[in-house]
Design a protein around this ligand. Sequence first.
Ligand code: PPS
Length: 321
Amino acid sequence: MIHSLRQNGVPPTQAKARRLLLLTARLNMEQQVRSPMVEVKGVPLLKPIVTHWERVERFIALPDDLLIATYPKAGTTWTQEIVDMILNHTDFEKCKRAPIHDRMPFLEMTSPNPALSGITKLETMDPPRVIKTHLPFQLVPTSFWEANCKVIYMARNAKDNAVSYFHFDRMNLVQPEPGPWPHYLDKFMNGKLGWGSWYDHVKGFWREKQKKNILYLFYEDMKENPHQEVERISDFLGQNLPKAVIAEIVRRTTFAAMRDNPMANYSTVPETIFDRRASEFMRKGEVGDWQNHFTPEQNAMFDTHYQTMMADEHIPFRFLI
Ligand code: PPS
């Protein structure tokens, strides 16, 4: 009996005290790490990014640089992994040379350790570089447009995007505390989350896609017909890959394959930053998971708001496939 009340041989009172201690330590850690948002031209960004904003703004893109741009949680990592496989001519071992955030630095991201900032990593990289950004079109450094860089923009339907972002903010101890889901959804709809309004983001790149060198993709298309979409990316990158190679890339970039690949699943990020007890980076990878989160009332309210926000631009998003 006594034994059953003990946890790993520790008396219950001690076990409780230890749990409390761990919880307090975790709360303290969160308070120290989670950054507030500060606006740049009306767009909320993490404070450390704003602190070094001048560096971001003045970043010199080179003509061969490729920019992968997304609203957070729209399928960035998936696109990055596909691009790496295409550009490395399917040398799949080479694609495991480093974690995805080192292979393709995150332009605006910075950290207290300057060696880990996206720009520092990019400055020490040989061109051609592949660069990740979540910046909305108007905040992308102008050098990308002056150099006519290729840009791949991946967009995801607003409802799944919001749900994925919510779970990410629960686990990413750098982002502000998400709070409860209804409150979070409200912030999403009002453009108060990091990197601003989803609506402005998807419309900003959509409006420019004919004028600039932008390939605009949808997460839902990628999920429904990955062969077709990988082929589009490969053509955009000037690679004419045989169907069998496309099929191999598709096979190696499924959700399950990437979830199990430490170089693509962010498992190398320390627990002090990504709290995997709260959620996984590779969480579900599905279209339609929003149905498990939105109440019928929230859905109706969201649809009405969505119609108003998207009235000036027809972008063929699909909420289900
Ligand atoms: S980040 O932090 O903004 O760079 O995140 P991002 O990579 O844009 O988005 C993470 C979501 O994409 C899902 N994901 C995938 N879905 C399908 N197939 C593959 N291969 C894949 N890789 C990543 C990931 O699971 C996150 O979505 P959710 O809905 O949260 O699962």
